[in-house]
Design a protein around this ligand. Structure first.
Ligand SMILES: Nc1nc2c(ncn2[C@@H]2O[C@H](COP(=O)(O)OP(=O)(O)OP(=O)(O)O)[C@@H](O)[C@H]2O)c(=O)[nH]1
Ligand SMILES: [Mg+2]
Length: 222
C-alpha cells in the first residue's frame, strides 16, 4: 500500500515536471537543479557563480530550505532575485513547489534559473523538477564514500562539483578513490574540482554553465 502511494506521488510529480520542462523550453530558460548534503557549499558556490555570471546573463534563484530565508537573503545580497521556499519539514523540493513560485519570475527575460534544493543527498534525487541539468556538490569534508553509499544522486547527475578542495590537505579524502567510485557509479560524469572559498577551479565550472545556458538560448533563437 505504501509503495503504491509512493508511486502515485512520483507519477503526479512527473507530470508537473514535464509541464515545467515544456514552459522552460518555450521560454528558453535554462533550469539548473543544485543538490548536495547540508553544508557542502551550494549557497557559497552560487554566490561566487552569480558574481561571475550576473553581468552577462539574466539569472534568478529559487532557494529550498526546511526553514528560514537565510539562503535567499544571501543570494539577494548579490543583487540577484531569489525566492525562498520553506518546506516545513519535507526533505526535498517537488515539481508543484517549483511551479508555485514560477509566477514570481519574468521568464521572458530570464536566461538561467537556479534551484538550490534542500540539503539532502537522498530525497531530492527522487523528484524530477523539470530541470535541464542536475548538479551535485560533494565536499572534501564529507568522506569519499558518499558516491557509492548514495548512488542515485550521482548516477542521475549531469555534473559533479567537488567543493572545498582547499581543505584536501586536512582531510583523508582521496581523489583516486573518488575517480574509482565514479567510474563504477557514473562513468564519464562531468566533474569540476574547485574551492568556492578561494575561487580555485571556478573558471572551468562557470565556463561550462555559461556554455549550457548559451546552447539553450541558441535553440530559442532558432
Ligand atoms: N573551506 C571551505 N569552506 C567552504 C567552501 N565552500 C563553502 N564553505 C563553507 O561551508 C559552510 C557551508 O556552506 P554553504 O554554502 O552554506 O552550504 P550549503 O550547501 O548551501 O548548506 P545548506 O543550504 O544548509 O544545505 C560555510 O561555512 C561555508 O563558508 C570551500 O570551498 N572551502
Ligand atoms: Mg545553502
Amino acid at each position: 500500500m505504501q509503495i503504491q502511494l509512493g508511486q502515485h506521488l512520483l507519477g503526479s510529480n512527473q507530470k508537473v515536471a514535464a509541464e515545467i520542462r515544456r514552459l522552460m523550453d518555450e521560454k528558453g530558460v535554462f533550469l539548473l537543479n543544485l543538490m548536495s548534503s547540508p553544508g557542502a557549499g551550494k549557497t557559497t558556490l552560487l554566490e561566487k557563480t552569480l558574481a561571475a555570471l550576473r553581468d552577462q546573463l539574466q539569472v534568478a534563484v529559487i532557494e529550498g530550505d526546511i526553514a528560514t530565508t537565510r539562503d535567499a537573503d544571501r543570494i539577494a545580497r548579490q543583487g540577484v532575485r531569489a525566492v525562498q521556499i520553506n518546506t516545513h519539514g519535507a526533505c526535498h523540493l517537488d515539481g508543484a513547489m517549483i511551479q508555485g513560485v514560477l509566477p514570481a519570475f519574468d521568464l521572458d527575460t530570464l536566461d538561467l534559473l537556479i534551484i538550490e534544493n534542500v540539503g539532502n543527498l537522498v530525497c531530492p534525487a527522487e523528484f524530477d523538477l523539470g530541470a535541464d541539468a542536475s548538479v551535485v556538490v560533494l565536499s572534501t569534508t564529507e568522506g569519499v564514500d558518499k558516491v557509492v553509499k548514495y548512488p542515485l544522486m550521482f548516477r542521475e547527475a549531469t555534473a559533479l562539483v567537488l567543493n572545498k578542495i582547499d581543505l584536501l590537505p586536512f582531510t583523508d579524502f582521496s581523489l583516486d578513490e573518488l575517480a574509482a567510485d565514479l567510474a563504477q557509479v557514473h562513468p564519464g560524469l562531468c566533474r569540476f574540482d574547485l574551492s568556492a572559498r578561494t575561487g580555485e577551479g571556478m573558471e572551468a565550472w562557470v565556463a561550462w554553465l555559461m556554455a549550457q545556458v548559451q546552447a539553450k538560448r541558441g535553440r530559442r533563437a532558432l
